[in-house]
Design a protein around this ligand. Sequence first.
Ligand SMILES: Nc1ncnc2c1ncn2[C@@H]1O[C@H](COP(=O)(O)OP(=O)(O)OP(=O)(O)O)[C@@H](O)[C@H]1O
Ligand SMILES: [Mg+2]
Length: 356
Amino acid sequence: MDYIVKIQRVEKGFGKELVVKGINLDINRGEFLTLLGPSGCGKTTTLRMIAGFEEPDAGEIWIDGKPVSGTPPYKRDVNTVFQNYALFPHMTINENIAYGLKMKGVPKTERAARVKEALRLVQLESFGDRKPRQLSGGQQQRVAVARALINNPKVLLLDEPLGALDLKLRKQMQIELKHLQQKLEITFIYVTHDQEEALTISDRIAVMNKGVIEQVAAPKEIYESPSTKFVADFIGDTNLFEIEVSPTMENVVFLDLLGTKVGGRIRDRHSLTKRNYLSVRPERVRILAIGEEAPYFLTGTVEELIYVGSFIRTVVQLPQGQRIVAMWQSKGDQTCQPGDQVRVTWKEEDGIVVGQ
Ligand SMILES: Nc1ncnc2c1ncn2[C@@H]1O[C@H](COP(=O)(O)OP(=O)(O)OP(=O)(O)O)[C@@H](O)[C@H]1O
Ligand SMILES: [Mg+2]
């Protein structure tokens, strides 16, 4: 397979602390890949090693088939967009975007044509003569993207580029970046700690935790089939229960939970660990109607009902202090009330058994 970026057994430490712990990642040409994980998990460090601002302590990175260790950033076919735009305040937008080309000695007429094209891509044709402070946050961010694209990099690295924007603008810019990436067919490696953003924007997501990549997959798979407890918990809401798994179990299993047998699915036998968990998304938990039959269910007491738009979030208290959350679409047929005894169930395939 012809990868644009290949990361193999890469490690990086600062002082005594290893912050990237032997990661492997293959990134396809033209792909929108997101590194997603909590603060401090090593996302920026990984991106900086691809860009060449940091060198790995071990392992190797290939860009377009060539190992790049020892190659300085400006000789790599990548460009970076940082969170804080880093535009030069005293220069116009045109000058800001042209800066890199000027340093490379690209002639003036060619520079002007390429700047114009870059501004057109980010829909800021008429803003070239303004200074950065005369632009909104979102517009400044688009200038930063235009500036990074001007050298036609094979890979664009984006480190929380929308972090400084308000939620509405952020959502709009997510769509814009996605469209731009699809149009240009450039590989984007995007860093965020916002799981919703990652799910919206990416072709694939690499979920990082404490310097390790725990899962790499398309958003739908990450959400519906997490491979670890961390991934299940970090992406979306989920109900997690510790359960016992025996090696002889089938892939679709009945597990002992609070003294009841409930259904689940072992996603990947190799990912099981000493302690294992059952993860069930709230929208896959169903409250049984009175008299309705089901192969298995848990019985509990409704603790609270909260309306979230057209959904009702129901917290059910189970024996031994555990809780389960069900999220269901209200059709005006709400029957349960706080204090009611209810039975909850889910399909076997919606109860994912994951390791730690
Ligand atoms: N230059 C440095 N010197 C020492 N420690 C560093 C350096 N850069 C990063 N670290 C540490 O390495 C770890 C990973 O940092 P990194 O910036 O890669 O995290 P991140 O996933 O990008 O987090 P965030 O979401 O907060 O940006 C952190 O514990 C951080 O303190
Ligand atoms: Mg970071």
